[in-house]
Design a protein around this ligand. Structure first.
Ligand SMILES: [Zn+2]
Length: 295
């Protein structure tokens, strides 16, 4: 018996901590434990930053709270959960027979790091008045791009798994509370991958380019829709080799790694969102990989 002797040796306070950890692990539901009424779960889990992918019979309609959720020809759909997801959402599936079944979805909470970044130019932490209009215009353009869901025949290619857009050391993760030059700022929603300036950035799955723009904070940025309401963003690029409206395939070069915008060195910041709800690209990639939806 390892545990009792371990507890005796290290004291009851730490033992309680271990016990709490075990209970916490036990309450982490595996994929199969999430029951959806009226839909089959194909992948994922209701967790902050994650997704569920499920399928309904032909002709069924899906809503999340008051929002209509798009399904593809096979009845597949996706739901994404923001870092600060509302406590409970209602998923309703209405069959072709008019019967509605519902499931309450609550995203499991996660704990997040605090990340301090110093040495940023002050104009990027507290922007001067003369760039506020540009920042507002940037936000409008990004918001509009995220409403474009036509993936140009590449919708759902990501269900075969996401490739990494670039290989390198992970230097930033999803959800970290940011303290920039000592001042608390919004959380970080991307994963940062350090790589040399000029390293090719490849589309991790097929989709359509919805925005190419040099944004104040994000520098040269490319947005891609992958279908199912899922959008990707690639930030701080040195150069861009695609244009808005282009259809890209998995592996198509979209640009090169850089350090444009609010950045302290060459890296790629890769982000995903579902209908504007910020997802954890690393987690979603893992959730899809373990499910093997499309072989
Ligand atoms: Zn970043």
């Amino acid at each position: 018996m390892l545990f009792p002797s371990l507890f005796a040796a290290i004291g009851s306070c730490f033992a309680q901590f271990i016990l709490a950890m075990l209970i916490c692990l036990a309450s982490t539901l595996p994929v199969s434990a999430l029951q959806l009424n009226g839909a089959n779960l194909l992948a994922g889990e209701a967790v902050e930053g994650g997704v569920i992918i499920a399928a309904v019979p032909a002709g069924a309609q899906v809503t999340l709270d008051d929002m209509s959720v798009a399904t593809d020809a096979d009845g597949r759909f996706m739901i994404g959960f923001h870092r600060d997801s509302p406590d409970i959402m209602i998923l309703r599936v209405t069959g072709a027979d008019g019967v509605t079944q519902q499931t309450t979805l609550g995203a499991r909470q996660r704990l997040y790091d605090i990340q301090r970044i110093d040495g940023l130019k002050s104009a990027y932490v507290s922007p001067p008045d003369d760039v506020l209009a540009r920042i507002a215009a940037d936000a409008d353009d990004v918001k509009r791009a995220r409403t474009r869901h036509d993936a140009g025949g590449q919708a759902g290619d990501f269900l075969r798994g996401f490739d990494m857009p670039v290989t390198g050391r992970i230097t930033g993760i999803y959800g970290s509370q940011r303290i920039l030059n000592g001042a608390p700022r919004a959380p970080h929603y991307g994963i940062d991958i350090a790589a040399a300036k000029g390293t090719p950035v490849l589309a991790p799955a097929g989709g359509r380019v919805t925005l190419v723009k040099d944004l104040y904070f994000s520098g040269w940025t490319v947005l891609i829709t992958h279908g199912f309401g899922l959008n990707a963003a690639f930030l701080h690029m040195d150069s861009v080799s695609v244009a808005s409206g282009d259809v890209v395939r998995r592996g198509t070069q979209i640009g090169t790694v850089g350090s444009t915008g609010r950045s302290t060195g060459p890296h790629l910041d890769w982000r995903l969102d579902w209908q504007g709800r910020r997802l954890d690209a690393a987690l979603v990639r893992q959730q899809i990989a373990v499910s093997r939806i499309s072989g």
